[in-house]
Write a protein that binds this ligand. Structure first.
Ligand code: HEC
Length: 114
């Protein structure tokens, strides 16, 4: 019951961001990535959130660079990961624009691994 409600909500949210993403204007050069700023303030207590960081403060939490480089990782996969319950990660309530920004930021870490 709650699970199916979550799926419906995730679908609504996905549709909403797909629309607003096209309306997003490019950031002025040098402006900080809002997703990185959010990740640093909301996720960094457990996750390594920066490019090139692999060791998370919370030993159970994968680094964002690792998450980004999981084969097949995509915007929808991250959205649903952020809207499902995890055993060890608290359910963090994010606004759709915040989720969008963080998801975009995580995906900027893709292929940075070397
Ligand atoms: C209190 C610690 C904590 C915080 C804060 C936290 N996480 Fe996590 N996160 C974890 C742990 C531990 C895992 C490993 C999976 C689990 O819960 O079993 C995880 C897993 C994940 C995953 C992988 C999920 C999957 O399905 O494999 C993603 C994506 C993620 N976190 C994103 C975030 C984002 C984005 C934030 C900030 C908005 C955040 N986390 C904040 C502890 C945390």
């Amino acid at each position: 019951m709650i699970k199916s409600l979550n799926i419906v909500l995730a679908a609504i949210v996905l549709t909403a961001t797909a629309t607003s993403a096209t309306a997003q204007r490019p950031r002025p050069p040098g402006a900080p990535d809002p997703g990185r700023v959010l990740a640093q303030s909301m996720c960094a207590e457990c996750h390594a959130v920066q490019s090139g960081q692999y060791v998370s403060p919370n030993a159970y939490a994968p680094s964002f660079e690792r998450i980004a480089n999981v084969p097949g990782m995509s915007v929808p996969a991250l959205w649903s990961a952020l809207h499902s319950s995890h055993r060890r990660m608290p359910n963090i309530i994010l606004r759709p624009d915040e989720t969008g920004a963080i998801v975009n930021y995580i995906l900027t870490l893709q292929d940075a691994e070397d």
